[in-house]
Design a protein around this ligand. Structure first.
Ligand code: GYE
Length: 329
């Protein structure tokens, strides 16, 4: 995990020390950088929705972290619709919150509303998902996973798992169309399996990161694709939906059709422990504490890195069995 840098806060403290002023002369804040008192801060968070186990864990963690820090959090759920997220951000601007944080449902189409936040002088923090904008001044930092790397890890597992196979027919269950994790996880996976012609993605469709979506897409694909060796689902929930469809079709998930997913939420880990999923690439939803740190650092007049990447691992069946009892989400 990269460390937040608080150069400006240190500089401000030094200036105070040099001028002989005591730190108490500055308005009460978490530090001496002249920010607001912690209990006066207001942060608006525009969440994507409640589409997956990951998202539910992420929302809970963010709410709990702000509560623990004693910082007021206004929280909205956009039900996976960009227009709702834009409305929520506009309402935070109108309410003159101190910071806006949000997890963009899709990558594009944010410049207008982010320019409004900028004009109002409200710093924006991207959490979890990136925006595709040429203007990097529209946000302070982007905190979240490296989704391309997650896709590569899934691909590397497939290369090892199918080392002795002559041909591997793959179905890809994509996340929300246009979202950073769907775009990047497809890219990283394709980069790795693309090195060997024996891997063929026979179908790739969106299940919108939901269990129902994964099940529906898989039901249809089981009818149109006679041979499927591997399902690569962009999240656990779609993989869990695929398991239901595979079992309903009289096949054994994890054996007849192997499954690799991303997230490692409890339900996914249980399916991995049960042998229905074969491998999971972790994506941590626990971003709350780091988000609070960013807000505090900025409030103290400090600087944060433009990109803060979350640390993650991967799980085999044995590792899932071991990790499950202590799994927090
Ligand atoms: O993998 C998926 C969720 O943006 C990383 O969104 C997040 C993804 C996560 O719905 O389960």
């Amino acid at each position: 995990m990269k460390k937040l840098i608080t150069i400006a806060a240190a500089g401000a403290a030094l200036a105070l020390a040099l001028s002989g002023c005591s730190a108490h002369a500055a308005p009460a804040s978490g530090g001496d950088g002249g920010g607001k008192a912690i209990d006066e801060l207001v942060v608006g968070f525009a969440q994507v929705g409640a589409e997956s186990g990951w998202r539910t864990a992420n929302s809970k963690d963010i709410q709990a972290s702000f509560e623990e820090a004693g910082i007021e959090l206004k929280f909205s759920d956009a039900q996976q619709k960009q227009e709702n997220q834009i409305k929520a951000i506009r309402s935070y601007i109108q309410q003159r919150v101190d910071y806006i944080a949000f997890s963009p449902v899709v990558e594009t189409g944010w410049d207008a509303v982010l320019n409004e936040a900028k004009a109002a002088g409200i710093p924006v923090i991207l959490t979890d998902r990136a925006v595709d904008s040429k203007d990097e001044s529209l946000y302070v930092t982007f905190l979240g996973s490296d989704f391309v790397e997650e896709g590569r890890k899934a691909g590397q597992w497939a290369v090892t798992e199918f080392a002795d196979a002559d041909s591997v027919k793959i179905v890809q269950l994509e996340g929300t169309t246009g979202s950073a994790p769907a775009i990047d996880r497809a890219e990283g996976f394709a980069e790795v399996i693309g090195e060997d012609d024996k891997f063929e993605v026979v179908a790739s469709q969106t299940g919108d990161f939901t269990r129902a979506g994964g099940r529906q897409v898989m039901e249809a694909l089981l009818k149109s694709q006679p041979e499927i060796d591997l399902v690569y689902a962009h999240n656990d929930d779609m993989g869990l939906g695929a398991i239901e469809a595979i079992e309903a079709a009289g096949k054994v998930p994890g054996k007849d059709i192997k499954i690799v997913t991303v997230d490692a939420v409890k339900d996914g880990m249980q399916a991995l422990a049960d042998g229905k999923i074969n491998f999971i690439v972790e994506c941590s939803p626990l971003l709350g504490a780091q988000l609070v740190d960013i807000v505090k650092t900025l409030n103290d007049g400090g600087e944060v890195e433009k990109r803060i990447v979350t640390e993650e691992t991967t799980f085999t069946q044995e590792q899932a069995i071991e990790a499950l009892p202590d799994r927090k989400y």
